[in-house]
Design a protein around this ligand. Structure first.
Ligand code: PLP
Length: 479
């Protein structure tokens, strides 16, 4: 990571949230002609990506679990990014793919990922999807009894028993049940396992959960409660039974995590009138003042985190469950560990670049910076993108310092690329490039929409040879 100041000089939040940047991003941002050339060739907005950090993130995860001497299969949750370059990289590194739709399964198979390295965790699975999985040995993670019945029917036509995992629901931590709409109640698992043991068309290969949020303690509780279940239901001779702990491995977006509490306290000061607003219309982004002070959570991914990626996983594996560590339990019981990281494997892999089109004033006299992209091109399931964009100046002469808000292409008053106020110390002009950092995980694809019939942003990958032109990802040009 490189945080040299010059590329941050042109734009920052009025209370900054400065992003971490990978070396390849810094090199590109310091080379405006190349960046402009890429936009001229591939259009704008443009998702520019690198598979290098993806490979490093996979290696780090694998090496972490190797320290515990556990069989391990990470499965890349490709719902976090649609590009096929990552599927190819995952295939070449021998890891698996977690799929959420028919297209994701079909494309993964077509790229040569073996069926036994694919799991299907789609939230809703129809007959066509189940047939595709059954015909190709893709493990179906069952969520409910209707899915079980449908697969029982579909699997009659399969040449081999269809591998199945069961999604678990109802873990308890500190006396509180972790809410989820997904999965079977833990108490139902023994009966389902017995039904599957009698089936000639399905075979139970493991248990699965994916928990909301990023808490290591929730995962420790869940694994501890899954272990005795596995002991009860696994046939004696089945050694490769898996426990898949899903995704949610956290990552950190900020160069300096201490900026987050400062930003939060400035937001609260603005909400109580102690300072000028730092958000559009003094929006609390989920926080609101009340008689007991400001409360509520900002509706954003928790961008400042200190326990992330392999350190987070190491904490879980080292945690005690009874007299032994979680890792020791898994090893002694010969359980194969699986996980389904999406966002955290894509850390450092992408930026989204768009052109500034205009600068004007709204009816309150506040500057509006019109950018040629829409908010769905830098959004995940959260309402706010709580990270400062960067600006690469175009050819126009610089102007006076400007403070304002970035507006996108959709024709609503609510169309802001971020509701946080940005500062442009040397002004902002049409033709300047706005760069949204670290967008590969969810931000560029999860919500992207073609409203108003704007084309979707294209996706290109920089190469390890910096003189080689960026390669378009085949997802944008299906043959
Ligand atoms: C079943 C399942 N697995 C894995 C993931 C990936 O989670 P993350 O990208 O937070 O690692 C998700 C995300 O929603 C999921 O629903």
């Amino acid at each position: 990571m490189n945080t040299l100041p010059d590329i941050f000089d042109h734009c920052h939040g009025i209370v900054p949230l400065r992003p971490r940047l990978e070396h390849w991003m810094v090199a590109l941002l310091r080379d405006p002609p190349t960046l402009q050339d890429m936009l001229d060739t591939h259009g704008a907005p443009l998702n520019i990506q690198s598979a290098g950090p993806f490979r490093c993130n996979i290696t780090n995860l694998i090496e972490c679990v190797a320290d515990f001497d556990l069989p391990f299969l990470p499965l890349f949750a490709r719902k976090a990014n649609k590009c096929l370059t990552y599927v190819d990289a995952a295939r070449d590194m021998g890891i698996g793919i977690d799929t959420a739709s028919y297209a994701e399964v079909a494309q993964s198979l077509a790229r040569g990922v073996a069926g036994h390295r694919i799991v299907c965790t789609a939230a809703v699975k129809d007959r066509a999807l189940m047939s595709l999985c059954a015909a190709n040995g893709v493990t179906v993670i069952l969520d409910n009894f209707d899915e079980l019945d449908l697969l029982q029917d579909v699997a009659q036509e399969a040449a081999r028993p269809v591998p199945v995992g069961l999604r678990l629901n109802g873990f308890v931590r500190d006396g509180v049940t972790l809410y989820s709409r997904f999965g079977f109640a833990l108490r139902d698992i023994p009966a389902i396992a017995a039904q599957l043991a009698d089936s000639s068309v399905m075979t139970l290969q493991g248990l699965h959960f994916h928990l909301n949020g990023y808490s290591a303690e929730d995962r420790i509780a869940a694994i501890s409660q899954a272990l005795p279940l596995i002991r009860d239901i696994r046939p004696d001779d089945q050694h490769d039974f898996f426990l898949d702990i899903g995704g949610g491995i956290p990552m950190n977006y900020l160069a300096d995590t201490d900026q987050w509490p400062v930003w939060l306290s400035e937001l609260d000061r603005a909400l109580t009138g102690a300072r000028a607003p730092i958000t559009q219309h003094n929006d609390g982004l989920g926080r609101a003042p009340g008689p007991d002070g400001v409360s509520g959570s900002v509706d954003s991914y928790p961008v400042a985190q200190t326990l992330v990626q392999e350190d987070w996983l190491r904490k879980i594996l080292n945690a005690s469950s009874g007299e032994r560590s979680i890792a020791r339990h898994l090893r002694d019981a010969k359980i194969a560990l699986r996980c389904e990281p999406g966002r955290s494997l894509l850390d450092g892999c992408g930026i989204t670049v768009a052109r500034t089109a205009f600068v004007k004033q709204d009816s309150h006299g506040t500057s509006v910076i019109g950018v040629q992209m829409n908010r769905t091109q830098s959004r995940s399931g959260f309402a706010e993108f709580a990270l400062d964009p960067l600006m690469v100046p175009g050819p126009a002469p610089r102007g006076p310092a400007t403070e304002g808000y970035l507006a996108g292409t959709y024709c609503t008053e609510s169309e802001w690329l971020t509701r946080r106020k940005m500062v442009f110390p040397q002004g902002v002009r049409p033709g300047d490039l706005m760069v949204f950092p670290n967008t590969a995980g969810y931000l560029m694809h999860f919500l992207e929409s073609r409203s108003h019939q704007f084309p979707l942003a294209r996706n290109v990958f920089v190469q390890s040879d910096p003189t080689a032109p960026a390669e378009p990802d085949p997802i944008d040009d299906p043959t």
